[in-house]
Write a protein that binds this ligand. Sequence first.
Ligand code: HEM
Length: 410
Amino acid sequence: MLVADFDLTEPRTFHRRDLSEHWRRQRAERPVFWHPARGTGSQAGKGAFCDTGFWVVTRYDDVVDLYRAGDAVTSENGNVLDTLLSGGDSASRKMLAVTDGARHRTIRKKLVRSFTPRALAELTERIRNRTVAVVDEALTAADGDSIDVATRIADRLPIEAICDLMDVPAADRPQLLSWNKAALSADEADTEAFESLIARQEILYYFAELCERRRRSPGLDVVSALAQVEVDGVPLAEDELALNCYSLILGGDESSRMSAITGIRAFADHPEQWQTLRAAPSVDRGIEEILRWSTPSMHFARTAVRPIRVGSEVIEPGQIITLWNSSADFDETVFAEPDVFDVTRHPNPHLAFGHGQHFCLGAFLARTELRALFGELRRRVSRIELAGEPKRVYSNFLFGYSSLPVRFSR
Ligand code: HEM
């Protein structure tokens, strides 16, 4: 079967199935295809435009070209399938990821200053110390037994780092983590829709209030930095501030958490790679391979503004285009033996952080967190074994696990 035979709008498609072989065939046989509207099966056929169908792009080079397509495409209708199919993103032109053009450039330029290695030097130290403590606590508590690394380790690191950066009071962090999980990484079909909506609202209310406080008495944190951003002399409105904080807390926590958990699973499945990482002069190449292997954001999306040729297809203005990072990162024309997890892989030009003008703002932070975690684990752990059934998140956007029982040998 090809990927075109599945419904990519359905989280169930991804839940208990490994699609890698289907993506491989799809890249080889029909690398760009029209996915019909949900519920219409595969009958609508290529090019038969209906306003809730969309293009699926699977090859690395095509995905990169589209990330770089400038004003031939827009993110302003939404940048993930769910929002695009439900009529567009209500945060359009208010939240960085769904803003384009000069406004995007101005806000990004100001915000990027809070994410440079220099700006994050102090936080890097804090991340390292916290990681040492969290790993130590987890290993001590496990005492040779199995632990769930999702809750005992991954739940406690990225959320703290992004909250440090935003100076969110310590007491509020567990609540934010729980809202984040409900918003994006639920693991049950029936709890997803309603709880996710409520959680998103709660995050927005929370940050609307925090932003108001930071406007009144700014500090050195990212929320205060956002509160001081002006575009053409006009400060960001209250809802723009809250929406950008929402995007930072979700982006800062979810994908980093997922890549850490998937990374640990990869070493449980490939014990020889754990020994290679332990013997390597640095963890850096291993981190890039974890990012490629996990590719937590399976797709991002755009809407065509002008006609665009992709391979043998012509995408018409107004049509939705989905860029499948999770296929591109396993494209055999770019990655030798892509289905081999190889922590010495180099070069490794994966698209886990996207590409082009919306390239992930938090890439340095995410790498810092992963470096701290796997650096500490390789110092303390000689073997990682799976100790139970991993539980996948229920999503057509996010790849990862909400539960991963493992046993660490010291
Ligand atoms: C954008 C992935 C961590 C904040 C993106 C994009 C990807 C991505 C693929 C591009 C979206 C697009 O093209 O539409 C990841 C992954 C992460 C991660 C895989 C962890 C492993 C973070 C962290 C933060 C963050 C830690 C914040 C502290 C953002 C923001 C954008 C973004 C604000 C929008 C940038 C823009 O539109 O200019 N991320 N991200 N991400 N990410 Fe991340």
